[in-house]
Design a protein around this ligand. Sequence first.
Ligand SMILES: [Zn+2]
Ligand SMILES: [Zn+2]
Length: 147
Amino acid sequence: MIRTVVCEKEGCSGSRFHIVTDNNEIVLTCDQCKSENKYDISYYDFIMLSNCSKCNNDTFKVFKDTDRDGVYATCTECGAVPEKVYIDPDGAQVSYEGKLLNDIKDTLHLVEQRMCNLEVKVQDIERGQGMLEQSLAYINRYLIDRD
Ligand SMILES: [Zn+2]
Ligand SMILES: [Zn+2]
C-alpha cells in the first residue's frame, strides 16, 4: 500500500520535506518543524538529490510503499521526481543518462555475443554444406569413372 509520509514529530502533520541522501539513508527534513525523518534506502541503486529534476524546487511530498519498502518523492510544485544520481557497477556516481548509456552498452554487448554465436552456427552449417558438396562430387566422379 502506498502511504503519504507525514512528519513523525508529535503535534506536527507536515507532509512537505526537504530531501538529503546520507549514505544509505534518505533524510527528510520537515518543512514545518524542521525535524528529521530518516528512511533506509540502501537497496536503491541511485541517490536522490535535493532538487526537483524539472523545476529545481526543493520541497517534496514523499510516499512510502509499505509492501515493498520503497520511498518515492514528488515535487510539491510540478509533481516531477527529484534529480537522481545512479551508482554504476564500479561504484561511481553517474547521471541518469550515464546509467542509460551503461544499460545500452550492456544490451549491445549481449546482442553482439548472440550475433557471434549465430555466426559460428552459420559457419558450421556452411562447413557442413561444403563437405556434403565435396562428397557428392566424389560420388559423381566415382560413378562417372566406373562407366
Ligand atoms: Zn514536522
Ligand atoms: Zn518540480
